[in-house]
Design a protein around this ligand. Structure first.
Ligand SMILES: C[S@@+](CC[C@H](N)C(=O)[O-])C[C@H]1O[C@@H](n2cnc3c(N)ncnc32)[C@H](O)[C@@H]1O
Length: 229
């Protein structure tokens, strides 16, 4: 009872009342057994002796399930094997990786920073994967967090990349997994775009859904051999 009426819960309740909105994607992620763990292991199979980096590890659900020797997990609080924030880690990092999974702080500005730093630490033909790229309703997306399931506003990075013709697909599993391959193209993001995109909310994602390059698991499985090998 005490917990139910905590200042945080009251604050979240009041925000939810204010932003009430009916736009909703009817997606049940639990219906798909193929999740981020399966995807990471599938992609790592294509490399010889791969190097893996995970940003944000928490209970190591993914990190412990990545069945390779060379793996680094960065988290300031728990999980992984390096106790730093992603910014602190990248500041001194010289290592390059075949696959980087970004799943730290789910706020656009931080995800964008993690993405840029990851890109600079990616081997040719390496992948960046990003968790939680597909919010289903406004409370799940609202940032800072007000809801139990929380994707944050990471989707804004997919939109920003699309404006500059950089390809990021969103695989329709496990709260949406963004996938980006290093094809060696010169890469720069524009800070003016960032300022405009930061102000957008879930309704933009919902109403402009066609702009996002979403791909179903079955389509992804069909194309993975020609597209990503
Ligand atoms: C959603 S959990 C990660 C789940 C994990 N990747 C998995 O798949 O099981 C997010 C984690 O990000 C961590 N985190 C928050 N801010 C971070 C930052 N600036 N740098 C790295 N990790 C961060 C949190 O401590 C938390 O453990």
């Amino acid at each position: 009872m005490k917990k139910y009426f905590s200042p945080k819960n009251i604050r979240n309740y009041l925000i939810k009342r204010k932003i009430k909105n009916n736009n909703r994607f009817n997606i049940e992620w639990k219906d798909q057994n193929f999740n981020r763990i399966a995807l990471v292991n599938l992609l790592l199979k294509h490399y010889e002796n791969p190097d893996y980096l995970e940003i944000g590890c928490n209970e190591n659900k993914l990190f412990d399930s990545v069945y390779i020797d060379n793996k680094i997990g960065v988290d300031p609080i728990r999980g992984g094997n390096i106790r730093l924030t992603s910014d602190e880690f990248f500041k001194n990092n010289k290592k390059k990786f075949d696959l980087i999974f970004i799943d730290g702080l789910h706020e656009y500005q931080q995800v964008r920073k993690d993405f840029i730093n990851s890109y600079n630490s990616l081997k040719p033909n390496g992948y960046i994967l990003l968790h939680d790229m597909h919010p289903r309703y406004i409370y799940e997306e609202y940032t800072p967090k007000i809801n139990n399931t929380w994707t944050g506003d990471c989707w804004k990075l997919a939109y920003e990349l699309s404006l500059q013709k950089h390809k990021m697909q969103i695989i329709m599993i496990d709260f949406g997994i963004g996938i980006f391959k290093n094809l060696g193209k010169k890469f720069e993001l524009n800070d003016d775009n960032f300022k405009k995109i930061k102000k957008l909310d879930f309704n933009f994602f919902y109403e402009n859904y066609k702009l996002f390059d979403t791909i179903s698991l079955s389509e992804f499985k069909k194309t993975i051999k020609d597209k990503y090998n």
